[in-house]
Ligand binder design. Sequence first.
Ligand SMILES: *[C@@H]1O[C@H](CO)[C@@H](O)[C@H](O)[C@H]1NC(C)=O
Ligand SMILES: [Zn+2]
Length: 577
Amino acid sequence: MEQKQSKTAIQWLLIGGAIAIGLASAFLSISDNPLKALFTERFPSFDDSGLDKYTPGSQSVCQQVPKLSPKNEKAQQFIRDKVESPKYQEEIIDKLSGIIRIPSESYDELGPIGQDERWDIFYDVEKFIKAKYPTVFSTVKLDHANTHGLILTWEGSVPASKAKPILMLAHQDVVPVLADNVKEWTHPPYEGHFDGELIWGRGATDDKGYLISIIESLDLLIESGFKPKRTVILAFGCDEEISGENCAKPISNLLHDRYGDNGIYLIMDEGSVGIQKEFDQSFAMVSVAEKGYLDVGINVTSTGGHASNPPDHNVIGILSEIVMAIENSPFPGKVTSKNPMFGFLECAAVHAPESSFPKSVRNKLGNVANGISKAQQDLARELDNMRYYFRTSQSVGKINGGVKINAIPETASTLINLRLSVDTSIAQIEEHYENLVEPIARKHRMVFEGFHSSRESSDPRKVSLFGVDALEPAPVSPVDAEAFKILSGTIKHTLKPLGQDNELIVTPYLMPANTDTKCFWALTKNIYRFTPINLVDNLNRAHTTDEFIRADEFVREPLFFASLVLNADDAVEQDTS
Ligand SMILES: *[C@@H]1O[C@H](CO)[C@@H](O)[C@H](O)[C@H]1NC(C)=O
Ligand SMILES: [Zn+2]
């Protein structure tokens, strides 16, 4: 299992896919491959050391594709010119300001759509985008999934069975702003204030900037005269910041009914990173997986009684012992080759300046790739500042127990929030907790109920474990798929590295949080979360006060999305020729 990823990198090198690898690199890899093969056969340790593989300039990992320009030069030029024009820039900024002015907040305790009036604000969002994008809405087919989930389908000339549709997601909802916090905002959160440089407001980056960018890209493509062969779908959820049950799920169900398992070519959604500098190198970070999620509940119950006649340990004491045991057994950090962050380290090792990438990290990569457990743990320790990319986190978030000072409490309970690393599973986590808690229950002569017990015991003295919200870690999307190469080539074609860097390196990355894509796994393996701007300067205000987006970066986002659609459309031609 551990070796899968390294095999992928080699396959990438050999196959090269639909896009021709640059001549120079092809020559290099062909000319030094037989030699390497010879060495590997006779001295296996040569390759195992990973020293040559992880040296700057090495071609054997993190292969980059060249810039990919759409064949439709006319459409591309039209869109480029448009995006540079002051009139367009003014208009799209105005559209973002306008949609920010609609406070489409989603709340944890919302009732169903149609019953809870607080959903009605989403009618305003729909009305707004219809008013701003009349051409789009007269071109696409609009479907509603559970009223506020919007699906815009721009039918291609080739049926979906021959050319799978491309799907771009964004969410209409935003994290609520607490009334008490409004005064802490430099500009009111729902004013959409533009100060000439920044557009301020809740949703500016998360996720209304993305929403406007993808719909604008469609508008530009239509205006350019482009007619897609491959169907293009945009879908806008209404509850990304809460459950996804109200919109993301119904949208996914509708698309699944229409296109079936693996019926979609590629899904784009918001990323938690974007273009960013690490180890003195610019990277375009494409999240190819998400951590899992689990809320664990623990109940301890017993018979109560008067406080003058207490047991040595009541339910509060026992629960405390359990919490201590849990905190004293954190999940170990481990860098495995299944983790997209390992792919990122490989990219940094070969593309960052040699002096900027720690030698001690570089030296461990070979052994990590070969599945050597000690190296995997050592490397996680070494990268402690990024620890939660490499481990399952657990955070005891709530504790309840006791009602009265002079009564022995009958129940005590706690809730623990976990974010699962990509190389674990809900079953493994459950087993870990059961192994920790059961001995404590036994010690106190209590009944133990694990996660999947039948809960039949009528004994009031018991310790019960149960799962609340659960989501497995996302499947890791492939980086050797044609769709990923199209995406990479589009990134290189439309986006620039930061500062003085020569090249923007496309790298896999890991999303520590969850997106609407959690509902879309059945539709494609090719799920990529990426925001085509520098998110260090932008997204770090998401979910808090003073959220903003840089106008000069935002106005160019549609060029990226439009080029992606054009490039994905060109791939249809390759399929049928
Ligand atoms: C745990 O305790 C809470 C609060 O007392 C209760 O609502 C819930 O049903 C209990 N769950 C289990 C599985 O015992
Ligand atoms: Zn979001």
